[in-house]
Design a protein. Structure first.
Length: 270
């Protein structure tokens, strides 16, 4: 995979930035074209860069692509250093949660095109889902470049309008944490039902892993249909679902959780 004559600059190599870097290298992107700007790289990132010949520090020339992967609250701090590198020919890809295209363009006014994206944690194993939206300046070639870079860590969904990004962040961006919490709760309930702690944890983990794999392998079957297929009338699963589907059950709680995450996403854009 090539991006042109100038380098790709990755700003921030934490969990998500590091996942992107690993994905690009795994997909065959030329490591000599990548430069990572990270003042305190983890031992893993430092070792990866050293082993694969990825540069660390500021690029010698303005990059073709500038990927913003720092924490959202760091945007104001890093922008003055990056602004001179953001040229009319530069594609900026931002994965800063809550930060709008306008937030980025105001701080990098020289940038030509901006793509706002929201990957999630499963990007770390190449199984992420990323939603992306491009501004009006992005050319078809730049959109293809962004798609190639983002799809290195999983599937990419392109949005028709940026206003959808807050809901995306609340559903898929934060969503893995909801699933992990479900695993916690299921294991705890197993312990309270008399299972040894280690067994309850293994059962909960394997159950969620298997259910997720089944969802992935049966895209033609809706989650509701899968649920119904394992729910016998009057059986044990039906008894449990009667609680989860109650008036104050899981559907209401998830809706309230997503709404709270969406509100916080909007607050972060300020």
């Amino acid at each position: 995979m090539t991006i042109g004559g100038e380098p790709l600059l990755l700003v921030g190599a934490g969990k998500m930035g590091g996942a992107l870097l690993q994905g690009w290298l795994d997909r065959g992107f030329d490591p000599a074209r990548i430069i990572v700007l990270e003042p305190d790289p983890s031992p893993q990132v430092a070792a990866l860069c050293a082993a694969r010949g990825v540069g660390l520090g500021m690029p010698p020339t303005p990059p073709s692509v500038l990927v913003l992967a720092v924490k959202p609250q760091m945007l104001d701090a890093v922008a003055p250093r990056l602004a001179p590198l953001a040229m009319e020919s530069t594609l900026v890809i931002s994965i800063l949660a809550g930060k709008t295209i306008r937030n980025v363009s105001d701080r990098l006014p020289g940038a030509g095109a901006i793509v706002r994206a929201m990957p999630n944690l499963a990007a770390a194993i190449g199984c992420g889902i990323t939603a992306a939206v491009a501004d009006a300046k992005a050319t078809p070639a730049q959109r293809r470049t962004a798609d190639a870079l983002l799809s290195a860590v999983g599937h990419v969904e392109w949005l028709s309008e940026e206003s959808l990004m807050d809901a995306v962040t609340a559903v898929s961006g934060s969503g893995p944490a909801y699933v992990f919490y479900l695993a916690e709760c299921l294991a705890k309930a197993g312990m309270e039902s008399g299972l040894p702690a280690d067994l309850a944890a293994r059962l909960a983990r394997a159950t969620i892993e298997g259910a997720g794999a089944l969802l992935a392998r049966r895209p033609d079957v809706s989650p509701a249909e899968l649920r119904e297929s394992v729910t016998s009338p009057g059986g044990t699963t039906a008894a449990a679902l009667a609680i989860l589907k109650g008036e104050d059950g899981l559907e209401k709680l998830i809706a309230e959780a997503v709404a709270a995450a969406k509100r916080r996403t909007r607050e972060l854009s300020g």
